[in-house]
Design a binder for this molecule. Structure first.
Ligand SMILES: [Zn+2]
Length: 374
């Protein structure tokens, strides 16, 4: 399939990429459904949407988002679906159907895709070469989430789409989106906190992800907080996220309100200034801020960005984080650390696929080199 894709799309030249990106920046190509019109005037190669799929399931077993994003970061399509449990890993059928539907929605053929980026839970194993790290993970939990139809998500997507596929941790993708295309554009050191699926984080320094030796750098959710805590899916015990996550907060609020509250309900309550909810969110943010104060000392970031897909709840949590950092970090560091609500909303990780492509020079990765490095 890979060779077939190359034959259909043709090799990318630096000139074509440059033209495409400049057109995109000018709002001409790949910024909306109108970009499809370029195909009609023989400029098919200039339309380079980037498709990106993330198993949002992660630890909390939530849904999965798939989308198509232009090189300039415009979200052309965004669909939520499920990655269903299977005997071995996850059954990818519904996700692939959602991908096909999303492509159909915007009248884009797989052959028109420049690449796909898949966000996966667990350590980043990003490489510009082909990879099948899922089978080598030592964590049984992570292997379950990172095995689709019995194999590698990367290989499966390459086969299905016939284009290059890159893998990255999904919180890292959201971090890149906010640092390069969102709330923290132009800032040097950015720590992003993702909250909708567990408590994840990504660290961007000088426009590049800092992944660390084993791909887990910056994951504040796995800071230790309780000696007697439960075993974590990462293999450690008493990790911070186990007691401080939005899912646990929703459980508590549901209990006190005697009805099941969703994140959307909580966001609406925050917007309506429901003082019970606002206080709970602010306390949650404060608890996050306590741990982020440690991170602020280690990193002295320009900004900490907070998941922008939380509606009005995001602003309340950000204020709590700001208070926590102000309470527990040295004033000099606390005052220099901005706490910003993410600007990329629920599509942050999708947009992060494009941000990854730009930051890692993926548009320039030679197809022959990529295909032979497995
Ligand atoms: Zn953990």
């Amino acid at each position: 399939m890979i060779g077939g894709a190359a034959a259909r799309v043709g090799p990318w030249s630096a000139a074509a990429v440059t033209i495409a990106l400049s057109l995109a920046a000018a709002g001409v190509a790949g910024t909306g459904p109108g970009s499809a019109g370029l195909q009609g005037v023989g400029l098919k190669l200039l339309v380079m949407p980037v498709l990106w799929a993330v198993p949002g399931a992660l630890i909390a077993a939530h849904g999965t988002a798939v989308g198509i994003v232009s090189p300039a970061g415009g979200v052309l399509a965004h669909r939520d679906t499920d990655l269903l449990p299977a005997d071995e890993g996850r059954h990818a059928g519904p996700l692939l159907e959602a991908l096909d539907s999303a492509l159909s929605d915007v009248d884009i053929a797989p052959a028109d895709l420049s690449m796909a980026v898949v966000g996966l839970p667990g350590p980043s194993d990003f490489t510009t070469g082909r990879t099948d790290r899922a089978a080598r993970l030592r964590s049984g939990h992570l292997q379950r989430f990172r095995t689709w139809d019995g194999g590698s998500p990367v290989a499966l997507l390459e086969h299905h789409l016939g284009c290059r596929v890159f893998a990255e941790n999904d919180a890292n993708l959201a971090a890149l989106a906010e640092a390069l295309m969102g709330a923290a554009v132009g800032l040097e050191t950015v720590l992003h906190v993702s909250l909708r699926h567990g408590t994840g984080a990504g660290l961007v320094i000088h426009g590049r992800l800092h992944r660390g030796r084993h791909g887990l750098a910056g994951e504040i959710g796995h800071l230790h907080s309780d000696d007697d805590g439960a075993l974590c899916q990462c293999g450690a015990r008493g990790c911070f996220w186990q007691s401080q996550s939005l899912s646990s907060l929703l459980e508590q609020l549901s209990e006190t309100h005697a009805r099941n509250l969703t994140l959307r309900d909580v966001a609406a309550a925050a917007d309506a200034e429901d003082q019970d909810v606002v206080r709970a969110l602010r306390d949650f943010g404060h608890a996050l801020g306590c741990r982020l104060a440690d991170a602020a000392v280690y990193l002295s970031p320009d900004a900490i960005t907070v998941d922008g897909g939380l509606g009005a709840a995001g602003g309340v949590i950000a204020r709590g984080i700001h208070e926590g950092i102000g309470r527990y970090a040295p004033p000099t560091i606390a005052q220099a650390t901005s706490v910003l609500v993410g600007a990329c909303g629920e599509s942050a990780a999708l947009i992060g696929g494009v941000a990854l492509a730009h930051s890692e020079g993926l548009f320039q990765v030679d197809r022959a080199t990529w295909g032979s490095s497995s």
